[in-house]
Design a protein around this ligand. Structure first.
Ligand SMILES: C[S@@+](CC[C@H](N)C(=O)[O-])C[C@H]1O[C@@H](n2cnc3c(N)ncnc32)[C@H](O)[C@@H]1O
Length: 303
């Protein structure tokens, strides 16, 4: 059975593919339709080589065994698409910055509840949550500039002034992506969407790399969460789940949107990817559209 070092080309039969598709779908919600089966084949092939197995069934038995939990995690890790970038979908971020954040800060200030909770669900290698943190810091810097007497004068100026507390949770199913996100080290290529003022304020240049400064990193808490599971982080004001649902089928997208509804505070916001929409998935959100940026807001029954 074991063929260490061999590179057997394995073409999965349709029933084998079906077994694997079902297992992956049940575990993480990702759905591999016929367009994406070559990718699935390729990744399984790689894992088989790593595990030094040459038959699909011995690999599948491993995946569904108790001892195979780690290998299942490895397989899922290999199946995720981690493409991301800083300041992705600028129009939507503009809407978040100028409209959603301002509204939330004003609303909470009136209620004297100085906390904001933002969740980047499917954060990949961190560019999304760091972008969110930079925009939140900008929003508070703007407020301190216009109303300096409203804030304590401390040095160095914190990114989020007292009495405010901002928690940005960044989660993913890929441990590799989470590790990179937590490290917060990026190449010049990654940094191309980041303008010089953000680079200067929030990154240290170390050799040819950019390292996220401690103050920005400390605004974010990184954690593993599988969006397929029922238990997900609650009481969020905003959820970013961008370019994740597109890998799920419609039934799983509907379940996820329902979960997000419950994970949001009243009047909270959900931001999905440029190519994604809640159309046909739910009637519990209303769409906000400004200057090509789109977001969804929870509808409250007495609103
Ligand atoms: C294409 S990236 C998107 C990253 C970022 N949100 C953006 O828009 O730039 C998709 C991310 O979703 C994660 N993902 C896929 N399925 C997931 C699941 N079931 N639970 C949590 N994260 C998942 C992947 O690991 C990957 O990092």
């Amino acid at each position: 059975m074991s063929t260490a070092g061999t590179a057997t080309q394995l073409n999965l039969s349709d029933p084998e593919l079906k077994l694997l598709q079902t297992l992956v779908y049940q575990e993480c919600g990702m759905y591999f339709d016929s367009r994406r089966t070559p990718f699935l084949q390729d990744r399984v092939q790689r894992r088989l080589r790593e595990c030094r197995l040459d038959s699909f069934y011995s690999y599948y038995r491993l995946l569904i065994s108790n001892e195979g939990r780690q290998e299942l995690a490895n397989l899922l890790e290999n199946l995720t698409v981690n493409e991301t970038s800083f300041f992705r979908n600028k129009a939507q971020l503009e809407l978040f910055h100028k409209n959603i954040l301002e509204t939330l800060i004003r609303r909470k200030q009136q209620q004297r509840r100085h906390t904001l909770r933002i969740w980047s669900a499917g954060c990949s290698t961190g560019q999304e949550p760091y972008t969110i943190a930079m925009l939140v810091a900008d929003a508070f810097a703007g407020r301190m500039l216009w109303n300096p007497s409203g804030y304590e004068c401390v040095f160095p100026k914190p990114l989020v002034p007292a009495p405010w507390s901002v928690e940005i949770l960044a989660s993913d199913i890929s441990y590799g992506a989470l590790r990179a996100a937590q490290e917060g080290i990026y190449s010049e290529h990654h940094m191309s969407p980041v303008d010089s003022s953000y680079r200067f304020r929030h990154f240290d240049k170390v050799g040819d790399r950019y390292v996220v400064k401690k103050a920005l990193r400390e605004m974010i808490h990184f954690d593993f969460h599988n969006l397929k599971t029922e238990y997900l982080p609650q009481r969020n004001d905003v959820i970013f789940c961008r370019n994740v649902m597109m890998y799920f089928d419609e039934a799983e997208q509907k379940r996820l949107v329902e979960k997000f509804f419950r994970c949001l505070n009243a009047g909270g916001y959900l931001l999905v990817g440029h190519a994604e929409s809640l159309l046909g998935l739910t009637d519990k959100f209303t769409m906000i559209y400004r200057d090509a940026g789109t977001a969804y807001q929870r509808i409250e029954e007495d609103a």
